[in-house]
Design a protein around this ligand. Structure first.
Ligand code: GTP
Ligand code: MG
Ligand code: ZN
Length: 307
């Protein structure tokens, strides 16, 4: 019997079959998939096969169908292990805030690199617009200037004042959407406002400490009443990059990818090499310097693989 994984809490999975019935299922024995060393063999969004276990009433996951795509993160506990956040998704909404908490452009860039690497279209949603004063408003305008010309949609929303919520909601119909972002940016609040019956737990305003309390602790998928699915995830503190080499990093910056074939050397890393088209574009202003700084910062954090 075929089913989709809606929630994974470690050893138990909530799955839904094609008739719409939910089951609690577990996996039996060892489960090796692909060549990924991940802390979780099965992720939200996976399409699996179920069987009833003999001698008990337990439902077992016996097979996982090939993933169309997935989003992978470095495990918060062990940087050599990966954690698959979700699979088989159509798009990813990055929730960012410029106040309580602050999302840096560096964080956004890392997120976009991962989305490019896994071929998942990404949209950036700036929430808590009601808290933005002049400084934050200018930062938001800068974000637009940086991200829109290179092909990303940038939206402004205030769940608190119900501004822009309908525009974001209209992106969701009939798609499987992953919500990501720091803890406290309003991911669960957004699901609650578009789907009030759910009543997800959100952070207490008075309890907001600036540290990010991770109110949501497991990724979970929900069927939207108007068609489509949305996946709520726990807040991300740091965006570790998985499986991306120094040499390929520039491919995941669309504005660099577009011109790098003009570099004099085909193994150009776009640093100090002569005849570098990327450096030239940065100097001329057609590649935003903030993006180039992010590129160099990310490059610095990628470990060179020993051969
Ligand atoms: N001022 C303001 N506060 C908001 C807005 N949206 C959400 N909040 C508040 O921000 C806090 C955090 O919201 P959550 O929805 O729990 O955040 P989350 O992204 O799900 O956080 P984690 O589950 O920890 O990852 C709550 O107190 C919300 O009421 C907004 O547009 N404006
Ligand atoms: Mg949450
Ligand atoms: Zn170059």
């Amino acid at each position: 019997m075929r089913a989709i994984v809606y929630k994974s809490t470690g050893s138990w999975y909530t799955v839904k079959n094609e008739q719409g019935t939910f089951f609690n299922a577990r996996i039996k024995g060892k489960f090796k998939i692909d060549a990924i060393t991940s802390t979780n063999p099965i992720a939200v969004g996976d399409i699996v096969e179920l069987e009833k276990e003999e001698d008990s009433e337990d439902t077992l996951i016996t097979f996982i169908h090939e993933r169309r795509n997935y989003i992978n993160r470095v495990s918060p506990h062990n940087k050599h292990q990966h954690h698959i956040v979700a699979s088989n998704i159509d798009q990813s909404l990055l929730f960012a805030t410029l106040k309580d908490p602050k999302t840096s452009f560096g964080f956004i860039d890392r997120f976009l690199v991962i989305s490019e690497a896994y071929h998942v279209p990404a949209i950036i949603v700036f929430n808590k617009a009601d808290l933005y004063r002049k400084k934050e408003q200018e930062k938001f305008e800068l974000a637009r200037e940086i991200y829109e010309p290179i092909g990303y949609t940038v939206m402004l929303m205030s769940i608190g004042e119900n501004r822009g919520v309908e525009d974001v909601k209209s992106l969701l119909k009939d798609k499987i959407t992953l919500l990501s972002g720091h803890s406290g940016v309003g991911k669960s609040s957004f699901i609650n406002v578009i789907f009030p019956e759910l009543l997800l737990r959100t952070q207490d305003v008075s309890g907001w400490s600036g540290k990010g309390l991770h109110t949501t602790t497991f990724a979970e998928m929900f069927d939207l009443p108007f068609g489509g699915k949305i996946i709520d995830t726990p807040g991300i503190r740091e965006m570790g990059l998985v499986d991306i080499s120094k040499q390929e990093l520039a491919h995941y910056f669309p504005e660099m990818r577009a011109i790098m074939s003009d570099c004099q050397f085909n193994n150009c890393m776009h640093l100090e090499e002569p005849g570098c088209a990327v450096k030239k574009a940065v100097n001329e202003g057609s590649i935003h310097v903030e993006r180039y700084v992010s590129y160099m910062n990310i490059l610095d954090t990628i470990e060179t693989k020993p051969y």
